[in-house]
Design a protein around this ligand. Structure first.
Ligand SMILES: [Zn+2]
Length: 345
């Protein structure tokens, strides 16, 4: 077991905001390395350089944590694409790749588990055993490959989140446990989100909060309630999409014809980098300790969020300098001035 404890996640959270970056599955699907639908991270074994490249881009953009791409790399999901035999190899390789890139900077490495789709509160005893077995093997492999902490995320059920938390704690690691927020106010097993976060914190989760599903506009009001309920560290990792009071989650977004756009036609709803930077500032002001981004996330958002938090990151070397633009800049040549009047339409 090789747990690295020097300046681990808890020390970093104590020192200030930690910046996370997720959305690996969505981004690698857009790039042609993961199949939409099953969303199994086959890229880990099939195109490791593509995964390494995205890790590097997030690191360059200022992410403090490299999250091993083991999201949906669990037994049930691999069965659906006929790759159950690759389960251990896929999990171990994902953690190795995260470590390789993390060591190119000063990032931490997080193991990752998520909702399994196997948990059923109506058959709690039986399904809990199945979920526990899946988490135990995934976290076990990650610990052997070397991780700093584990993120258990997109938990629809508090019951399933608690199993993930127990498994992480059995390995003696810091645990960040975040909830999915597809219902308006409560988990699928009926716990108000703020109450569920408090229960997780009371059971020993080091960081609790929300990730995925909601954009900043509909996640911030919930995270504000979580902040009031929980005295420890909290996390918020929204999707960069314009969710609203009438469409709380990106799964529920509909276009002007009333058609669902999730998961492949979401682009018209994307936030700008400036809006995600604004989210980072607002989350910090609310007292969120771990600020990040989920599905739809990309390096330009992460850099904008890092800079909004007052940081200069490696990619800041190439941050915009619109004052140098030949048409929009400060020094526009006489012959280019006509372009601007043309652009005004
Ligand atoms: Zn997500």
């Amino acid at each position: 077991m090789s747990v690295r404890s020097t300046r681990g996640i808890l020390d970093r959270l104590k020192a200030g905001v930690v910046l996370g970056a997720e959305g690996y599955v969505f981004e690698l699907e857009r790039r042609g390395y993961i199949k939409a639908g099953p969303y199994v991270p086959e890229v880990v074994l099939d195109f490791p350089d593509a995964l390494k490249g995205l890790h590097r881009e997030f690191l360059h953009a200022g992410a403090d944590v490299m999250i091993a791409l083991t999201y949906y790399a669990h037994r049930d999901k691999l069965k659906t694409v006929g790759r159950e035999g690759d389960l251990e190899r896929m999990n171990r390789q994902a953690v190795r790749i995260a470590n390789e890139v993390a060591h190119e900077g000063e990032a931490l490495v997080a193991g990752n588990i998520c909702n399994t789709w196997a948990y059923d509160p109506k058959r709690k005893d039986e399904t809990s055993r199945t979920v526990r077995a899946m988490y135990t093997e995934q976290v076990g492999w990650a610990v052997e490959e070397g991780i700093d902490f584990v993120i258990a995320e997109t938990n629809d059920y508090l019951g399933e989140a608690l199993i993930g938390l127990e498994v992480i704690k059995e390995y003696g690691l810091p645990a960040m446990v975040t909830l999915a927020t597809t219902h308006a106010d409560a988990t699928w097993d009926g716990y108000d989100f703020a109450e569920a976060c408090k229960i997780l914190a009371d059971h020993g989760a080091d960081v609790v909060g929300l990730n995925c599903d909601r954009g900043p506009a509909t996640m911030l009001p919930v995270i504000e309630r979580v902040r009031k309920a929980v005295s420890g560290y909290i996390a918020a990792q929204p999707v960069p999409y314009r969710t609203s009071e009438s469409m709380l989650t990106f799964e529920s977004l509909k276009d002007s014809r009333g058609e669902r756009v999730f998961p492949l036609g979401l682009e018209p709803f994307l936030h700008t980098r400036f809006e995600m930077a604004d989210f980072a500032r607002r989350a910090k002001a609310l007292g969120v300790n771990y600020i990040g981004i989920c599905c739809g996330g990309a390096p330009h958002y992460v850099r904008a969020m890092a800079e909004a938090l007052g940081r200069t990151v490696p990619a800041s070397r190439y941050s915009p300098a619109i004052e140098l633009h030949p048409v929009l800049g400060e020094h526009v040549e006489e012959k280019e001035k006509a372009f601007l009047s043309d652009w005004k339409g």
